[in-house]
Design a protein around this ligand. Structure first.
Ligand SMILES: Nc1ncnc2c1ncn2[C@@H]1O[C@H](COP(=O)(O)OP(=O)(O)O)[C@@H](O)[C@H]1O
Ligand SMILES: [Mg+2]
Length: 367
């Protein structure tokens, strides 16, 4: 692959800034002068909107910045990217972070785009879901590098998360469609769909969801609108937090939520999501499964996603509650009070979520 010395980062038509590598292979970033005048900080805790060079730390993103690491594929995306590159005689391990961002180009999640743009994504309405599902399974269970690899790469090569997935545009709406991972039960799509409906019933902000062909879970993308892309950063990206290990507590997340949004309604919404995750035992609540978005000049909590019961980190919640991986009611209440949520309000939210889950037979643990 061509050598890439500098990657220009854009949002819509605006130049946000430039990334280069130090001789120690750490990312160095500077904002564009125009963007400093009329833009905003794309990552308030690590990249304040000011002149000068920022140099990333080695950990936890191999010398990258959290906010840009968010654009890179993980799990599934990396697997097909690696095979796609190997097929072309490129050794994936030799790629620099800049080359990887360039491969994401204008096809990544959120609003950030990387130039030179080497992306090859497609968003077509004609999707053979069964065929794609069968091919993802072959890729997961063998060294398969057949013809369909290119198609899967184009549909979801820059996706995040572990499960196979694709991005598609159908009837003018942008969807993320997920397929089964090797360890998932056959009906995982149906399950995620049911939990998305339950989340909505519990008052959680969920995007539109559907079951394509009665099997494949689809969720409308919240980083795309008819008017353009929305800047979206995960908690991991904002805090430079390692999402592979427990690195976060809900009390910190709730504080960050208020600090960013300055809006207690957003804090209540995140607290509700926390209670819901505990109620259904979604222990895979790591720092990349929460995001914030910059919309109309303010930060907001993003809609919820990746909502499923899961064993998480050795049977514990990956984001802890008052330091506990398996929290009790007292931990939930303590975290609420630390976040400035009145006892009465916290109690109402807890009761509503628990009773709604119980009524649907999905209260998966005692609280
Ligand atoms: N509705 C959505 N709109 C935009 N981005 C999304 C949406 N749902 C998930 N994502 C992004 O895609 C990534 C992977 O999705 P996720 O549901 O977490 O998959 P997995 O089950 O593989 O972890 C998330 O980390 C998030 O960045
Ligand atoms: Mg996920």
């Amino acid at each position: 692959m061509d050598k890439t010395d500098v990657v220009e980062i854009r949002m819509d038509t605006r130049i946000v800034g430039r990334l280069a590598l130090t001789k120690d292979h750490l990312c160095a970033f500077e904002y564009d002068t125009e963007f400093i005048k009329n833009g905003y900080s794309v990552s308030p805790y690590f990249l304040p909107l000011q002149q000068g060079l920022f140099v990333a730390k080695r950990e936890p993103f191999l010398g990258g910045f959290g906010v840009f690491d968010d654009s890179l594929p993980d799990g599934w995306g990396n697997l097909i990217l690696d095979r796609y590159l190997s097929q072309r005689g490129i050794t994936p391990e030799k790629l620099t972070l800049l080359q990887r961002l360039s491969l994401v180009g204008s096809g990544g999640r959120g609003a950030l785009e990387y130039f030179p743009d080497k992306s090859v994504s497609i968003e077509t309405g004609l999707v053979d879901f069964d065929r794609l599902a069968a091919e993802t399974e072959k890729i997961l269970t063998s060294e398969y590098t057949g013809d369909y690899l290119d198609t899967l790469y184009k549909y979801g090569g820059s996706s995040g998360g572990a499960r196979p997935k694709i991005f598609v545009k159908i009837n003018e709406k942008y969807w993320l469609v997920k397929f089964k991972a090797s360890i998932d039960p056959q009906n995982i799509g149906q399950m995620e769909y049911e939990y998305s409906l339950l989340a909505r019933k519990c008052g959680i902000n969920m995007p539109d969801t559907c079951l394509f062909e009665n099997k494949y879970f689809g969720v409308e993308r919240f980083d795309r609108t008819a008017l353009g892309k929305i800047h979206t950063v995960s908690a991991a990206g904002l805090l430079n937090a390692d999402y592979r290990i427990p690195s976060l507590d809900y009390s910190v997340l709730l504080k960050i939520c208020f600090n960013l949004t300055r809006d207690m309604e957003e804090v209540y919404a995140l607290f509700r999501l926390m209670v819901f995750n505990i109620a259904i035992s979604n222990r895979d609540d790591h720092a990349k499964n929460f995001s914030f978005q910059y919309k109309n000049g303010v930060w907001k909590l993003s809609p919820a996603y990746d909502i499923l019961p899961s064993t998480g980190f050795n049977g514990h919640h990956t984001t802890t509650v008052n330091g506990q991986g398996e929290p009790a009611m007292k931990d939930i209440l303590l975290v609420a009070s630390e976040a400035g949520i009145q006892k009465k309000r916290a109690g109402e939210i807890i009761e509503q979520v628990i009773e709604t889950c119980r009524a649907e037979n999905k209260l998966n643990r005692k609280i």
